[in-house]
Design a protein around this ligand. Structure first.
Ligand SMILES: Nc1ncnc2c1ncn2[C@@H]1O[C@H](COP(=O)(O)OP(=O)(O)O)[C@@H](O)[C@H]1O
Ligand SMILES: O=C(OP(=O)(O)O)[C@H](O)COP(=O)(O)O
Ligand SMILES: [Mg+2]
Length: 411
């Protein structure tokens, strides 16, 4: 993904006079979609907030008024509970010392007033963009309402650039002045090695819960990798497509035909596709203890919540042989200690492997950090984006990046 025709926020910050940022209202699209503890609602990993700070500081120090915007989770229409960006504002304030002001909406009079009143050292963080259904519809009217709040647009939300949503796609195309933030640039640069002539064997390890989103990418990855290891909830759909009885496990019924197509294409092309041979099962996601089981004999009334020891070993062997490894999606419900072993062991093996290793995704990156500081250090790159890095590797154009190019002005 080349940055040709895309300005950098550094160029804008360095420009003097009318071309610079001083006194301007700068909208920075960040990805503050951080993992939250299901029970307490507390932020369990603040990496996405920390990673956005260099751009925020740069723009603040250039004398601009900073307006931050993000989505958080996937709120159902009319439901906002537990998905306010307020905790992210609190954490940002603790980390930077800036005073963070949160209007009660992302469009309309409330943010306009907060932005008008901003003084030195103060930042405006708009409320969750997805509280408006128009955001995910890439609605131009909604984008125009956001455009009214600012003079300059900066995209630093790498984790969301694969979404053609209003704040990522329609909005920048309405803005004359738009640029890529430092995190977005850093991510695209670091991930180049996975795209431009990656060293073979190339292994991708996939898991996680966003199966219907990501299974389409799996098909495209068959053109790119030599081995695919599939764990997490993603594996359940593949195992069920092989005719196995996964009992109460999460399965995407409508994706069973696609899973079969992927498996037969992999066979035809000689791509190794490794699925779990064993699992850790329990009767509910609230269980505090799991039992080992073969994927051919998942006990009635239980669900697969982690990969088992034999699967860890098989995935581990593929990872250790690889020259390039990309991982997105935890191997299980790692937030619960009883189902974290598969994810933490894969993290440990990948960290110690000799190939070029990259892990991406809000939850996967959090898992690697929770596995330990030394383990996290062993990765060549920890990306803030899961779906975004997958689509980049697949070779897709990313709507959020394309919308920053100078040829894409829609006035
Ligand atoms: N077998 C499983 N059953 C239920 N949830 C799972 C399972 N495997 C993984 N998960 C969940 O997947 C979530 C992360 O998925 P996803 O968002 O796709 O990953 P990432 O953020 O790394 O891109 C985690 O919250 C994890 O608990
Ligand atoms: O968390 C994200 O992606 P990820 O879980 O693939 O890392 C991004 O914030 C995108 O969120 P979305 O998949 O709800 O559009
Ligand atoms: Mg996630």
């Amino acid at each position: 993904m080349k940055l040709t025709g895309i300005r950098s926020v550094e160029d804008l910050a360095a420009a003097g006079g009318a071309a610079g940022l001083s006194g301007k209202r700068v909208f920075i699209r960040v990805d503050f979609n951080v993992p939250l503890d299901k029970k307490t609602g507390k932020i369990t990993d603040d990496s996405r907030i920390r990673e956005a700070i260099p751009t925020i500081k740069l723009v603040m120090e250039a004398g601009a008024k900073v307006i931050l915007a993000s989505h958080l989770g996937r709120p159902k229409p009319g439901k906002t509970e537990g998905l306010s960006l307020e905790p992210c504002g609190g954490r940002l304030s603790e980390l930077t010392g800036y005073e963070v002001h949160l209007p009660d909406d992302c469009v309309g009079d409330s943010p306009k007033k907060v932005i008008y009143d901003l003084r030195a050292g103060q930042i405006c963080l708009l409320e969750n963009l997805r509280f408006h259904e128009e955001e995910e519809k890439d609605d131009e009217g909604f984008a125009r309402q956001l455009a009214e709040l600012c003079d300059v647009y900066v995209d630093d939300a790498f984790g969301a650039v694969h979404r053609a949503h209003a704040s990522v796609h329609a909005l920048p195309r309405l803005m004359r002045e738009r640029a890529a933030g430092l995190l977005l640039q850093k991510e695209l640069k670091a991930l180049t090695r996975l795209v431009d002539r990656p060293e073979k064997p190339y292994v991708a390890v996939l898991g996680g819960a966003k199966v219907s989103d990501k299974i389409d990418v799996v098909e495209a990855l068959l053109n790119v990798v030599d081995t695919l290891c599939i764990g997490g909830a993603m594996a359940n759909t593949f195992l069920a497509a092989q005719g196995k009885n996964l009992q109460k496990s999460r399965i995407e019924e409508d994706k069973l035909p696609l899973a079969r197509t992927i498996m037969s294409k992999a066979r035809d092309r000689g791509i190794q596709l490794l699925l779990p041979v064993d699992a850790v099962v329990a009767s509910s996601i609230d269980a505090t203890q799991g039992e080992p089981a073969s994927v051919d004999a998942i006990p009635e009334g239980t669900m697969a919540l982690d990969i088992g020891p034999r699967s860890i070993e098989q995935f581990g062997q593929a990872i250790e042989r690889a020259k390039t490894v990309f991982w997105n999606g935890p191997m299980g419900l790692f937030e619960t200690p009883a189902f974290s072993k598969g994810t933490f062991d894969v993290a440990r093996i990948m960290s110690g492997a000799s190939g070029f290793t990259v892990v991406g995704g809000g939850d996967s990156a959090a898992a690697v950090k929770q596995a330990g500081e030394q383990i996290a250090k062993g990765f060549d790159h920890i990306s803030t984006g899961g779906g975004a890095s997958l689509e980049l590797i697949e070779g897709k154009r990313l709507p959020g990046v394309e919308a920053l190019r100078s040829a894409e002005v829609s006035e």
